[in-house]
Ligand binder design. Structure first.
Ligand code: NAD
Ligand code: ZN
Length: 355
């Protein structure tokens, strides 16, 4: 079966284009009653960006905290807050922030129109009704969440996204100026998430010309940012993120992401740094990528946490292995159809023990 791939239909790009957000959302406001929800990372509270959010009188500014990456319980609470603010559907949901805030915005826009808890929709194509029109304004580059058809959520039983065509944003506003205050460590971790998307996609068994076209360009841009320190690096990393997302959409990520899901499920490790920690142990599978990753890490002077798994209980280690090995397509992409004979439980354990 060939996948019929849903794309983001509208994209604004360029330094300062955030100023056009009011006009873009304006196209959704058909009557004086119409209202919008701005789902905004609370890191911007009191910052210049807060004053630039184009809020109208009826609109709802929903601050979100991303100290913990998005959980289903939090999504349900935010959705209820929006419903309590105004019982009518909003005309737009706009997410402003990194991958976490964007995924929260996607989730709220879906849960406003789909009954029950978000835990019921973790999986593939379980969403029944189209979402409220939703837009993304990334302020941190790398995850590719701005283009993907998933919103990654941790629930009581699993870490699994709301994967559906309805999840895809209707509009993306790419303004590289918004990333200027990202802390150095975060810039590296989320940037490397993008780099790893490319390596896992390009070296995977699922690779095809579609994914290769995007993945190779994204990798080239990552190198211009992290190896050459190009002066336009914010613009380049924003496009690298977008293209990296496009590349994996039609292929898959691999071993690094599978292991990082285990790590994050048990220890709450955030996505970017978690991928860096797991990638650093994968010389055997991605020798050139890991070598270049380490060179970039040395150059930027950012380090990764170590010794994370040394005090794990036996049960925690078992859970970590179960979650990681449960991601069949990622392993098949990395190691081929025979992956179960290669990535045994013992092998996975030995990799986790290095972290
Ligand atoms: P993030 O959104 O979790 O943000 C990391 C930190 O950077 C936070 O403290 C945030 O407040 C801060 N931050 C964001 N923008 C800033 C700015 N301009 N200035 C200063 N600080 C800023 O980080 P992320 O790496 O972008 O996203 C990770 C999340 O994305 C995870 O929840 C992961 O599961 C998800 N993800 C989703 C997809 C997808 O396709 N949907 C893909 C990969 C990752
Ligand atoms: Zn990733």
């Amino acid at each position: 079966m060939f996948r019929n791939f849903k794309l983001v239909p509208k994209i604004l790009f360029g330094r300062g284009c955030f100023a056009q957000l009011d006009e873009v959302v304006g196209g959704r406001r058909k009557s004086g009653e119409d209202w919008a929800v701005f789902v905004v990372d609370d890191v911007f509270k009191g910052k210049d960006l807060e004053k630039r959010i184009p809020l109208h009188d009826n609109d709802f500014l929903l601050w979100v905290n991303v100290a913990d990456e998005p959980k289903t319980g939090y999504v349900d609470k935010l959705t209820l807050e929006a419903k309590n603010f105004n019982a009518a559907f909003p005309c737009a949901v706009i997410g402003i922030g990194g991958g976490s805030a964007m995924d929260l915005a996607k989730s709220v826009s879906l849960m406003l129109t789909n009954e029950g808890s978000s835990t019921e929709y973790q999986g593939w194509d379980l969403i029944k009704n189209p979402a409220v029109w939703h837009a993304a304004v990334p302020t941190l580059s790398g995850t590719g969440a701005e283009v993907s058809r998933t919103a990654v959520l941790t629930g009581p039983e699993k870490k699994l996204g709301l994967n559906s065509d309805y999840t895809v944003f209707d509009q993306v506003v790419l303004d590289p100026e918004l990333t200027k205050d990202v802390p150095k460590e975060q810039h590296f971790y989320t940037g490397m998430d993008c780099y790893i998307h490319c390596i896992e996609s390009l070296q995977g068994t699922y690779i095809n010309e579609f994914s290769k076209a995007y993945g190779e360009k994204s990798l080239d841009l990552c190198r211009q940012v992290f190896v050459d320190n190009h002066p336009d690096s914010a613009d380049k990393l924003m496009m690298a993120s977008f293209f990296g997302g496009m590349s994996i959409a039609y292929s898959q990520v691999g071993a690094c992401h599978a292991l990082s899901y285990g790590l994050s499920y048990v220890l709450g490790t955030h996505h970017g740094v978690g991928c860096c920690i797991t990638f650093d142990t994968l010389d055997e599978y991605y020798p050139d990528g890991v070598k270049e990753f380490r060179a970039i890490m040395n150059k930027t002077g950012v380090d990764i946490p170590r010794g994370l798994t040394k005090d794990l209980t036996g049960d925690q280690m078992e859970t970590m292995i179960r979650v990681a090995l449960g991601l069949d397509p990622l392993w098949e992409n990395c190691l081929g159809k025979d992956w179960k004979n290669i990535m045994t439980r013992d092998k996975a354990r030995s990799l986790f023990e290095k972290m």
